[in-house]
Design a protein around this ligand. Structure first.
Ligand code: HEC
Length: 459
């Protein structure tokens, strides 16, 4: 795709189509809610995916007693919508795995707590939808990466890391999911696969599992991590095969979309594992969950990145003076029909809001995402419930606001000081204290009927 370098200032009057708010089944609040009947179903769907043993949250809510003990806090954090964390505006667009409580659910929790948080009688089911350190299902294969020990007081730390995999035969992979020991440790990681031709001679797999680097760069990844075969052709590479940001959940696309064929020998490689500043001594042991399918690859996915390091300029350039709130736009015109599967808005700690949409050649707008209050801790990859078609000639627009005042609780500088995109080693700095403005779209080439293909997880 190439850029249409026409920078036209357009004032966009935006009309959002407000969906049916609370979801169709808005029942009324029960007069005497019990955990067994009313609360367990709400929490198992919306809280247990993270609040479980080895989940993303720091404590488990899998036992009734642990819920009861925290009943008052649960009432508070659900009422102010701090939990479950879901920064995207559900009145703008909807996504797979959306975690948003309805007004009725929130009121039910409030009443239940006011009335003493009782368990109620009768048998009931209360369990996390998935308990395999996965949001997809039980992985077919789990690949361990080298562990990383973080010390209290550590600032940003960067690694390149690899794990060698040997399978019994060539396989099709339908999903890859990186799972750190705890959410919030890894700020981001980009993973690739290196595929070795059958018969290549590989070095012993344990030689060099990871290397600490001074910033996130590719360096000479293949050589440094000793990924070159001793004998045989250079491995081929599947770029960006898996990515991680806090809160990200694995996704498996249907119908042979985004499926990879891998040979018996391959390596999972991360060229920039970024650990944020640490406030404890902790060892992270990330694993890569691998999911196989019998469905052969049918449609490849591509990645389009706007903004920092991407295909489109940020206007005005991303410089945020101290004590200022600034607004920046990046826009890109596509030249082929695409079906968007997943989107990922990415800003750092000064982020204030994010908004993205596409303008069709006929002037209609396609809403993509609106995040009224940016939250650095929750940067999901948002997968649409159905693929979203963006036609050739449409312009994708992303708008971000940054707050570099003392009012921003995430501001890394006290007092605030000028923050910008910083360029080191030939790429943008990924340090959390420097800024970024990126909008990444995962897409496949449009085919008729895509709008009707559901991307919801299979039950
Ligand atoms: C996507 C993961 C995720 C989901 C879903 C989630 N939580 Fe959390 N929760 C966290 C994390 C991480 C923390 C700790 C960091 C923080 O407080 O932001 C947390 C903290 C909390 C706290 C402590 C807040 C405090 O101020 O001490 C409570 C209570 C809580 N969650 C309740 C819930 C409830 C109730 C739900 C469902 C309605 C829920 N959470 C859903 C990840 C999640």
């Amino acid at each position: 795709m190439k850029t249409n370098r026409l920078y036209i200032i357009v004032l966009i009057m935006f009309v959002s189509i407000i969906g049916c708010g609370d979801g169709g089944d808005s029942k009324s609040v029960p007069t005497k809610p019990t955990f067994a009947e009313h609360i367990a179903p709400i929490l198992s769907k919306n809280c247990l995916p993270c609040h479980r043993e080895n989940g993303a949250a720091p404590f488990s809510l899998e036992k009734f007693e642990s819920v009861q003990k925290r009943a008052k806090t649960i009432a508070k954090v659900t009422l102010n919508r701090y939990m479950p964390p879901w920064p995207a505006d559900p009145n703008y667009t909807h996504f797979v795995g959306e975690k948003v409580l309805t007004e009725v659910e929130i009121a039910t929790i409030q009443r239940w707590v006011e009335q003493g948080a009782i368990e109620g009688s009768g048998p009931y089911v209360y369990q996390a939808p998935n308990t395999h350190r996965s949001n997809i299902r039980k992985p077919d294969f789990v690949v361990p990466f080298d562990s990383v020990s973080l010390r209290e007081g550590d600032l940003d730390r960067f690694f390149i890391s690899k794990a060698m995999v040997r399978l019994d035969r060539k396989r099709y992979i339908s999903a890859l999911e990186l799972v750190p020991s705890r959410a919030g440790l890894i700020h981001h990681a980009n993973g690739h696969l290196l595929l070795y031709a059958d018969g290549s001679k590989l070095e012993p797999s344990r030689a060099v599992g990871k290397i600490e680097t001074s910033n996130s760069t590719d360096l000479n990844l293949i050589e440094q991590l000793r990924l070159l075969p001793k004998d045989g052709p250079l491995p081929s590479r599947i770029h960006s095969a898996f990515n991680y940001l806090p809160g990200v959940e694995g996704i498996e696309y249907p119908a042979g979309i985004g499926v990879y064929e891998v040979p018996r020998n391959f390596a999972a490689v991360m060229n920039d594992v970024h650990y944020g500043p640490s406030d404890t001594n902790i060892t992270d042991k990330p694993v890569l969950n691998v999911f196989f399918t019998d469905v052969a690859p049918k449609r490849a996915t591509g990645e389009l990145m706007l903004g920092t390091n991407g295909v489109s300029k940020i206007v005005p350039p991303l410089v945020v003076p101290a004590n200022k709130v600034t607004k920046h736009v990046t826009r890109y015109t596509i030249d082929a029909d695409i079906s968007v599967l997943t989107i990922n808005p990415h800003l750092h700690q000064l982020g204030k809001s994010f908004w993205a949409f596409a303008i069709k050649p006929n002037g209609d707008t396609i809403p993509l995402i609106r995040i009224p209050r940016w939250n650095f801790n929750w940067q999901y990859f948002y997968t649409f419930k159905q693929m979203v078609k963006i036609p050739a000639g449409a312009e994708i627009v992303a708008i971000a606001e940054f707050d570099n005042t003392a009012n921003n609780p995430y501001n890394p500088n006290h007092p605030p000081k000028l923050v910008s995109e910083r360029w080191d080693y030939g790429g943008a700095s990924m340090r959390a204290s420097d800024e970024m403005f990126q909008f990444i779209l995962t897409y496949t080439v449009y085919q008729k009927g895509d709008e009707h293909i559901s991307l919801e997880r299979k039950k």
